[in-house]
Design a protein around this ligand. Structure first.
Ligand code: OSB
Ligand code: MG
Length: 374
């Protein structure tokens, strides 16, 4: 183990990259094809730690945007970090505590600190946080399709690849009718839906009817900030509700569990402000016996490698929204890329410390439309 006392950050680099998805991804809140993705690197001596911000150009999934993240990092988080030499990444949440909200902006910098700390101590992030697995079950999240024939074909392809469960995006008018046809084709498969907050409690009957499709869970049916109406809905249906957008902290998770508004939690480390907060949710999940799984935000290899590391925690027991690299962007910025094993799992990369993958900085530079240095 190399000896160091603190992580003295020499520079913070922000790369605004343009990345192209291989296929458009449609949810109830919009379609994504070309994305601007903010990547952050922290440098100390000859070591570099990387993080990925999952905020996008518009505030459609959460209130954050690329520009709000750049603003927060260049004006607050970055300068504070440069002035404070942290000994461990778990001290970072306290540093950024004065900032309310803005979890994604905080998370990408914290992730980079974990990668850097791993590189300084020659340990993987999974090892640092106590991950117990070396491969994790992969699920696939399929966007809303124009017609059911296309959707059935996509499901068949995913099953051929051995994805361990299929998640379908739904929205009003594209829910039980689509599920009926899907279930007619695939009566047995592990299936779930994600509404991305497209419904209201007055639509409860739609979900009462959905019970007949034997879904593993219904993800985030109601408002992105709500817990109470989800608890009311859970009383009316037998399919477990799984919150995504509504859980932005361990406190949200605790309240949602106490009120029986969520029986499963989709944890996106970036949505809850980083790995440290994720570890608190992991502890809470073990105490309350609530199963977790790791969600995705169409991350590039950097965010994905972090998600795989987190999914190695023992509380992450259900298939994750972490698919193979080939499903996402036309360019790869990590090596090795994620490929599915024949049993529908992804292996934890162990190609070095930290994130466990090599970061291809040359490609990141080629894909960058703007670079900022703090
Ligand atoms: O709600 O889980 C979601 C992608 C972008 C924004 C929100 C969500 C998603 C996904 C994709 O479902 C998961 C993935 O990265 O494969
Ligand atoms: Mg979701």
């Amino acid at each position: 183990m190399s000896r160091f006392e603190t992580m003295k950050i020499d520079s913070i680099n922000l790369f605004l990259t343009r990345m192209q998805l291989r296929n458009p991804f449609r949810t109830s809140f919009g379609v994504e094809q070309d994305a601007t993705i903010l990547l952050v690197s922290l440098k100390t001596g000859d070591k570099t730690g990387w993080g990925e911000c999952v905020a996008r150009e518009g505030p459609w999934y959460s209130g954050e945007t690329i520009n709000s993240s750049v603003h927060l990092i260049t004006n607050y988080i970055g300068p504070w970090l440069m002035k404070t030499d942290l000994e461990h990444p778990n001290e970072f949440p306290n540093l950024v505590k004065p900032i309310r909200g803005n979890q994604m902006s905080k998370a990408c910098v914290e992730d980079a600190l974990w990668d850097l700390y791993g590189k300084l101590t020659n340990k993987s992030i999974s090892e640092l946080i106590g991950g117990e697995k070396i491969k994790i079950p992969a699920g696939i999240s399929l966007g809303i399709q124009d017609d059911t024939t296309t959707l059935v074909k996509k499901i068949e392809e995913a099953l051929d690849k051995k994805y361990q469960r299929i998640k379908l995006k739904i929205e009003p008018g594209m829910d039980n009718n689509v599920l009926k046809q899907v279930r007619d084709h695939f009566p047995e498969i592990k299936l779930m839906v994600d509404a991305n907050s497209a419904y209201r409690i007055k639509d409860a009957d739609i979900f009462v009817k959905m019970d007949r499709f034997d879904l593993m869970m219904i993800e985030q049916p109601l408002q992105y900030y709500d817990i109470i109406d989800h608890a009311k809905l859970q009383k009316k249906i037998s399919t477990p509700i799984c919150l995504d957008e509504s859980i932005k902290s361990v406190d949200d998770a605790r309240v949602a569990i106490e009120l029986d508004a969520t029986r499963i939690i989709n944890v996106k480390p970036a949505r809850v402000g980083g790995i440290s907060e994720t570890l608190k949710i992991h502890e809470l999940a073990l105490d309350t016996e609530i199963p977790l799984w790791c969600g995705g935000m169409l991350e590039t290899g950097i965010g994905r490698a972090k998600n795989v590391a987190v999914s190695c925690l023992s509380s992450f027991t259900l298939p994750n929204d972490i698919s193979e690299s080939a499903r996402y962007y036309t360019d790869y910025i990590i090596e090795p890329i994620f490929e599915l094993n024949s049993d529908g799992t992804l292996s934890l990369p162990r190609n070095g410390p930290g994130l466990g993958v090599e970061i291809k900085e040359e490609i990141i530079k080629q894909k960058s439309i703007k670079k900022l240095v703090i």
